[in-house]
Every structure is written in structure tokens, then in C-alpha cells.
Design a protein around this ligand. Sequence first.
Ligand code: ADP
Ligand code: MG
Length: 722
Amino acid sequence: MPPCGIKRNIVSALPMRNILFLWGPRMLDKDITYCKNVGSRRADILRKELGVETAAELLEQYPFKYIDRSRFYYIHEIEDEDTFVQIKGTILEYHTMGIGRGQRMSAMFTDGQSQIELVWFKGIQYLKLQVGVPYLLFGKPSRFNRTYNFVHPELTPLEKVTPQMVSGLEPSYNTTERMKNSGLNSKAMRQIIAGLMPEVDRGLPETLQADILQRYHLMNRTEAMHQIHFPSDTRSMQKARERLKFEELFYNQLSILSRASARRLHTDGFKMTRVGEQFNYFYKHLLPFELTNAQKRVIKEIHADMKSGKQMNRLLQGDVGSGKTLVALMVALLVIDNGYQACIMAPTEILANQHLATLRELLKGSSVRVELLTGSTTKKQRAELLPALERGEINLLIGTHALIENAVQFANVGLVIVDEQHRFGVAQRAKLWEKAKGKTPPHVLVMTATPIPRTLAMTVYGDLQVSIIDELPPGRKPIQTYHYSNLRRKSINEFITKQVGLGRQIYVVYPLIQENEELDLADLENGYNTMVQTFPQFRISMVHGKMKAVDKDLQMRRFVSGETQILVATTVIEVGVNVPNASVMIVEDAQRFGLSQLHQLRGRVGRGADQSYCVLLTPAEMSAETRKRMDIMVATNDGFRIAEADLELRGPGDLDGTMQSGLALDFKIANLATDGQILQLARDAANAVLDDDPELATAYTQVYRDNLARLKPVVVEYREIS
Ligand code: ADP
Ligand code: MG
């Protein structure tokens, strides 16, 4: 059992790296060594730096931008450092300065209206500048104080400029430092890829059937491959990009959906048809409040799924505080009514304990037997618990990872609920399925409060059905969020005093990351000591993942019961902890958390009737990005908007805040932050294909089957992260 809250598990979905290796004319299968302009030395570097082996893979090195070479600039039109420009003009004079390594060449260039300096530091002996000769200058301006200059521009005598050089869009390719040092810059990549174009133009096999090309107005593959590298105009370039993005996302979706559809076809599920005594008794006599409409809807969705005769694999998404626990309990009752057992797996011991307490409270007066199994369960307790579980006497088992130990055997588990999915890997889910004695796997419900942007939900969790609770229980006051510089301690301390005076409780959260663990723990302890000194009149708990489970539990319980007024903690409390009387969340070094994580933390307050507050503290000096992120937190309480913003700001590779998330979905060309629409279309198209031919068994879908077979499967792997 990993120490609670610090060892954390997240899902990492490893990617469709080779997804575009889909066509295979012999010529393009050849090793890059034999491509024009490559050779064995360059081939070596390309293999090491870009991971490409064949000509076809080289073609997948798509340009990341294009330079418009049909436009000519005047010097006075230069307005930023990032745009390549070309200017016609002449050199007025030039001279060298300095000696030896410090030597440089400076020239004054004019377009007839104004002047700009050109500078060279290297290769000066090869420069043959001529005053008064018309040149075409091409380069990226650099800003030098208030003026611009060009460092190492390309100068071509105007009479040598061919029409091709100055027409259309010139592709820029990503290169690495090592590549550049070996002369493999963007220009060299351009030449190499240009060398493949004759083979492309002879025709590439199509990977999408005509009906899809037609319905979605897609460019054919051959043309797209040509146009993406050497576009004749902006529109064709965009059409080419669209087509290749569509193709990549289509195969991604086809792969995910076809596996899900095969699973549905071939795996039977327990039929939970009855709505029986336990469910009805709870609903009529124990349910402490009216369910929200969203809760009612998702319970229906889940029930419909569980009685279909097929195994359910469903994701239940709902913002923090939306009432997922209650939904979990009620669907567990349905399962119990049908004669099966259910279990809930939580990511931390604190949470498992809390679930036990909550559910036992809710079930007071019911005959359902709920038990807890965690790493802290004693041998003696286990000796009693495990046989009872195997005899089927325990209806609902709550626990942590301990649930997947081999010793844990159910009599007949019909439903596995995984709370806070992002901490559990698919491998662990699969292990839970094996708990089923017979061939039939239990239904699986994965609950997460981390709002997942739609595009990620479709890819990372694309094989799960999705239910969304999009409504909070009534009467909640929106949390007010403030962003302060951590220099404003005094007013923050006054605020704390006032809130505790009103009878509220307060969380103070410190970041904790693995690489920095000792320092972070020191920060936490300093913070705690300062709090104790500043507020001698208050009682203060401290919790972090490095503490012994019993101590942690004790501290946590003191806070939950209201005995302590302030809880100083690391993100242990991020998930699920429910203390309705806590109304203030103070986050130290908020810049070190991801947006979604901040949102999770904020969700710990605002659970009672009182006005709640979230205070984000950062250093006074902060990056523009930090400011943006804090502004978003202050501006909205909507978890989905925050998740989308997070995706845009950080990219899909790093959704999990202070930790490197393993959600690495590296598409070749598609971008989940911006290509949501294409993804939806590609998903529709893949669904339509599978509707007609769920097992891709006909001649018509042969092309899809073949191309899928070449794809590496979307590996969703489990990683342990602190
Ligand atoms: P989460 O979705 O974050 O897991 P919880 O299940 O912990 O949320 O619920 C948050 C709080 O809302 C709990 O105190 C719970 O009792 C309460 N709650 C849940 N459903 C309702 C409802 N329909 N009406 C009023 N309060 C509710
Ligand atoms: Mg919860």
C-alpha cells in the first residue's frame, strides 16, 4: 500500500505514434539512407533524433509552419521578430569589426526608402558582398534595443532568384539542436522531402473510402501529402492539413471504438433488471434530500446499461460537489438487489474512510452490510472480513488499492466503482474484473471530478460510455476566488481570524512534488509553524502523505470533527474530502498547481450553506502565463471551462498540475486543443463504419482493417507518480 496521497497513480495513455504509417508503396517503405539528399550519416541522425526509419515516415514530418514567399516587405513594415520576411534592395556599405573569434561583418542594407543593418558572426570569409548590386534578402529580423537588424540573413542576387523561390508557401520543419549542428536544418529537411515528391505524385494508396472523402469533403491522400509539404496556396494547404488530421483522428477513433464494440459483442454482462427492496427502501425512507435531475438521469443511464446484458464500462463525470457518491450508492443498491456484491475503490485511505463513514451514515436503518478494506486493516480484521466477503455476506466493500490484492475474493461481484479515475490505471481496473469468479466481468463505473475536455474524453476515455452530472445540488453559493501576492500576509491573516471567528474551518494547502519533496515538506512544516505562532488561539492540524497512516487519520479526524479549525496540508486533501463547515481554501504557491488541480482544491469548500472563499497566493513577480491562469480561476467556477483553458495553455501533455501527467497523446498533426471539431467528425465517421460492420469483416472495410492492424494499439498504461 503506497502512502496515502503522495504515491499517486494516474492513467497515461500512450499514443498512436505510428498512426500515419498507413500506406505502403514499396518505394516509400525503403530505408531513409537511400533517400535523395540523405546518405548514411544523415540517416543516422534522423533515426536518432526523429525516430524515422523509412521514407514514408519522413513524409510524416509535417511542416509546423509556412513562410509566405510571395510577399515582399519594405523595411518599415517589419513589426516583430518572429516572421520571416523578404526584401529587395542593395548594400550601401560593409565592413568587418573586431578580430579573431570576436570578428563580425556589418553591412547597411536599403530598400530605397529606409536602411537596416545586417550582421554576420560566422563564415565571414565566404561572404562575397557587393555594393550596389540588387539582392533579395530573406531572414528573420532580431530586435536590438529599439531597432531591428538581421543576423545571418540569406542574400541572393536578384538576377539569380527563380520564380519558384518566390512563389507560394515555404514549409518550415522542426529540427533538433543536434540536427542543426550537422547541417540538417529546416532547409535541408525541405530538400530531402522535396526529393520524395516524385514518388508521392505517382500516387499513394488511399486510406479512406470514397464515401467518407465525399461526405466530409476531404482531399485525396496523394494530393494532401503533396500540398501539406509544398502547398500551391493557403487554401490547399489548409485542406491538406484538414485531411491528414481527419485521417489521424479517424484511425484513432476507429481503433478505440472497434475494441469497445468487440468487447460489447463478445462480453456478456450481468443483467441487473430488478429494482428491489434495498433501492426502494433507501429511496423512500433514507434519502436525505431530493435527487437533482442530473442525478436521476445518470442513475437511469447506468441502470439501462446494467440491464442490457452487456458489460457496462461507463465514465461518470461530475464537477466537485455534484453528488457522485450518492449516485454510486444508489447504483450499488440496484446491484445488491439483484443478488450481487459491489465495491468502491478510492485512491487514498482518507477517502476510503470518508466513503465508509458517509455511506454507513446514509444507510443507517438499512440491512446492507458495508465494510472497509485498506492497507491499515489489521490481520485480525482481515481474517474476519475476507471469508465473509467470499461467502457473500458483505454487500458493499469500500477500499483502496488493497482491494486488488489476490487474497481479496468476492462471492459474486457485479459492480466495480472506481472513484477519481485519474489516479487509477486501466491495468488496475482490469485486475478488478478478474475478481469475478465466472467468465462474466462485473460492470465498471469510473467516477471522476476532473472535468475532462471533450476531446480528451473522446480519446483517452473514448472506449467508455459517458454520463455527466451537469448540475449542482440546490442552495450552493458560488465560491468567491481571489488571487493575492503572498506579500499580503497581514490581510490574509486577518481574514483567517475573522472566518474562524465566525465558526468556519480553513484549509491551507502547499504544493508537493516528487523531485522537490524534501524542500516542499520543509515549506509545509515552516508554514505550519508560522500558523501555530500567528494563531496561538486556534487549533491546527497538519497532514501530509509522509506521515504514518494512524497519525494522518487522527489529524484528519480532528479536522473533520471540528476539533481543529485549520488544516495545513499537501494535496492529500485534493480528492474527495468532504467537510461542509470548511469554507476557506488557501493555496500557497498556487502557480505550481495545474488549473484542474486548483479547481479540485477549490471544490473542497463551498459544500455547506455558508459563503466560501478560495485564496490563491503567488509570488508578486509572476510569469504572464501564471497571471493568465490565476485570472481564469478568479473568473470562473465552471470546471469544464477551466479544463478547456488548461488544455489550451498547457497542451494535452501536462494536465495534472505539479506532476508530469502521463496523458501524453502525441499526434503527428492533430491537436486536441484546437481540433475538437475534426475529432467529432472523425468519431462520427468511425461510428458509422462500425454501425454497418461492427467487426470490420467485409471487403469494403478491408482497408480499415489492414491499416488498423499496422497501428500500435493505444496503450493505456499505469504509472505511479508522486
Ligand atoms: P462529489 O461529486 O464531489 O463526490 P459528493 O458526493 O461528495 O460530491 O457530494 C457533495 C455534497 O453534496 C455531499 O455533502 C452530499 O451529501 C451533498 N448532496 C449530494 N446530492 C445532493 C442532493 N441531491 N441534494 C442536496 N445535497 C446533495
Ligand atoms: Mg467524491
